[in-house]
Design a protein around this ligand. Structure first.
Ligand SMILES: [Zn+2]
Ligand SMILES: [Zn+2]
Length: 350
């Protein structure tokens, strides 16, 4: 099999040829049909997150990540071989790989939240992912049916899709009023369409980029606001008919965290999702006085991913626009994503 591996943080991926592994036990081997390039792959590739306040970067190497690694956690593929103990899947099935796998044995995993396990074995992070022609999955329960969906367009549901869905579920109790979405990139637009499908009133979408605001308006935003406007908070509050009950921050830098916090009503909730980086800007007394909840949201569990695919099928949610890129061009695609030049969601195809 062929894969493209990170052998050194920040260096171009290296093409590696090796024997295609045979599935053992309950393992399932898939031929990759589509592998989404996620923005978080850039952080893995670069090897660190920015923490702000002059802190040292959060380094993957310091946290025990071992190289080489084959990235790719948004993978759809066709089953080509199954281990002797694999059940519920057959050769020829086209499935989405749920990548956020834990140890499977701790209380968190047994409660169904493997994505929160302290011993992650994420496919495309700790285990070999979809930047390859084949991917091995430890058990068929992590393979979700894609019937009726285009596997290339559906690949990003494994990360960006379930990230948007998981964040929305955290504010579902206030869907009767408008919510605020910060960032009109892929995640923000996906959240906008899911919000409608989930029965929400709608969203005020905030971005500094006029083209992205136009895209949000076309996608059905109740209003859009330029984050760089000096009165952006007042504009959001006016558009929402008052301070907001919930803000989802898909950017995650000090500017958006400040704006989101200032848009909230007393008792409101700020869900922070984006990993742009930096330090927290909030004045501690205001968190208490306004009784604000600040909650992080990271991808979603297996059940939520299944719910998301069911919702997409049931409500006929249009696929996110994807740009297909040949696997062999993965290094150019990563550089373009890094430089902000990649339009839409890129999915690697064989
Ligand atoms: Zn991702
Ligand atoms: Zn676990």
């Amino acid at each position: 099999m062929k894969s493209y591996q990170v052998t050194e943080f920040g260096a171009p991926l290296v093409e590696v040829h090796a024997a295609t592994p045979a599935p053992q036990g309950a393992q399932v081997l898939l031929k990759v049909v589509g592998a989404g390039i996620c923005h978080s792959d850039l952080h893995i590739w670069e090897g660190a997150y920015e923490l702000g306040h002059g802190r040292k970067k959060l380094s993957f190497a310091d946290r025990g990540m071992k190289l080489p690694i084959t990235m790719g956690h948004e993978t759809a593929g066709e089953v080509v071989a199954v281990g002797p103990d694999a059940v519920g899947v057959r050769v020829g099935d086209v499935r989405l790989v749920y990548p956020w796998i834990g140890c499977g044995e701790c209380a968190v995993c047994r409660a169904g939240d493997e994505h929160m396990c302290l011993q992650p074995a994420y496919i495309g992070v700790q285990k070999a992912g979809g930047y390859a022609d084949h991917v091995m999955v430890p058990h068929a329960r992590y393979l979700l049916d894609l019937e009726g969906l285009d596997p290339v367009a559906a690949a990003p549901y494994a990360c960006s899709g379930v990230t948007a869905y998981g964040a929305l579920k955290k504010v579902q109790d206030v869907f009767a009023s408008p919510i605020v979405i910060l960032g009109a990139g892929g995640l923000g637009l996906m959240a906008l369409s899911l919000l409608r499908a989930m029965g929400g009133k709608g969203a005020i979408v905030v971005d500094i980029d006029a083209r992205k605001r136009e895209a949000a308006a076309r996608a059905g935003a109740l209003a859009t606001v330029d984050a760089a406007a000096p009165d952006s908070v007042q504009q959001v509050v006016a558009a929402a008919g008052g301070p907001a009950s919930a803000v989802i921050d898909f950017v995650g830098n000090p500017d958006t965290a400040t704006l989101g916090f200032e848009c909230l009503r007393k008792g409101g909730k700020l869900v922070t999702v984006g990993l742009f980086g930096g330090g927290a800007p909030w004045a501690l007394p205001l968190i208490a006085i306004k009784a604000i909840t600040i909650q992080g949201s990271y991808v979603g569990n297996l059940q939520e991913t299944q719910e998301l695919l069911d919702l997409v099928r049931e409500k006929n949610i249009p696929a996110i626009p994807v740009t297909t890129v040949r696997l062999a061009r993965v290094n150019e695609a990563l550089s373009e994503l890094h430089g902000g030049k990649l339009i839409g969601r890129a999915v690697l195809t064989p």
